[in-house]
Design a protein around this ligand. Sequence first.
Ligand code: ADP
Ligand code: DP6
Ligand code: CO
Length: 329
Amino acid sequence: MTEYQGAYRAHTNIALIKYWGKADADLFIPTTSSLSLTLNALYTDTRVTFSSDYEADSFALNGEEKSAEEVAKISKFLDLFRTEADVDFKARVESINHVPTAAGLASSSSAFSALAAASRQALQLNHISDQELSTYARRGSGSATRSIFGGFVEWQKGTKSENSMAVKIDDATWDIGMVIMTINTKEKRVSSRKGMAHTLKTSPFYPEWVRQNKIDLARIKDAIEAQDFILLGEIAEANAMRMHATTMAADPSFTYFEPATIKAIQAVQDLRASGIPAYYTIDAGPNVKVLCRASQMNQVEAFLANQFEDMQFIKTTPGPGIQQLDRWE
Ligand code: ADP
Ligand code: DP6
Ligand code: CO
């Protein structure tokens, strides 16, 4: 028996300038570039084992065997690495999400970054740099492109598969924090993949989204360069709402917002009016993420907890890039 194994941790990332639509759905080339913050508190650990003894690929998430459909997605992704390594062994993938799955908290971003890194290690594809690895992660889930690196990361849309990749922009070690308001951590009804495809196809706002996103990205990069937190927050908040506006204008219309999402938005506005710089962003799900000063996370939580009694808050600082796991479990 011959066996190859790799195990990696990757952290989730939250987009401050969103990716919302594919120019090429097979290759996961986006219509726009995007920019995110990697998060320390939320991550995925994944181990992959390629073995001459296995007869089929299999995939267990949080200790549960996943459906044939989920396994097929993983197989297609692993094929990219098997082709590169010229290995045809079947694989066993075991993954633990330290983040709610499919709830709009970006589990797919940490998931496919961790699996890409574990696969590179297992198949000893040492010639693949981290930057090139991001082009592999991208093929599992677009947002995973950015989770290869820590801090603020840009996913440059590029012109082809080889150059649609992540570029590290900044370590984000200048008092940046995030307080996540968990409004609903159940699996969402419309996956990111389906939501963006439907929007791109039917929303008359879509071309304007693409045009505006470029402007937002250029401006937020300037804000990061200048370490201008207020400008960073203002741009991120506006960009998130622009993305959500495209879904509301889709045909048929849809939204990831729940009633509590709107209440949370108002609470963040009140928080800001009280003098604390804090800005919200929302991915494809109802949960609201509040960008604030790391040194003020406790104050932010206390203010919000006052208005949302039973809510769970996740406080996090910026996270690192992919990390090899020396021990499993
Ligand atoms: P999210 O907001 O959590 O990123 P998505 O709809 O983008 O939601 O992606 C959720 C999908 O990502 C899951 O249905 C599953 O197919 C995949 N996924 C999530 N976690 C893992 C994991 N640890 N390993 C492999 N695939 C995963
Ligand atoms: C709203 O990366 O989850 O979170 O590429 O189809 O797997 P697929 O979608 P995914 O979409 C993320 C959408 C978003 C914005 C973002 O993360 O940039
Ligand atoms: Co996702």
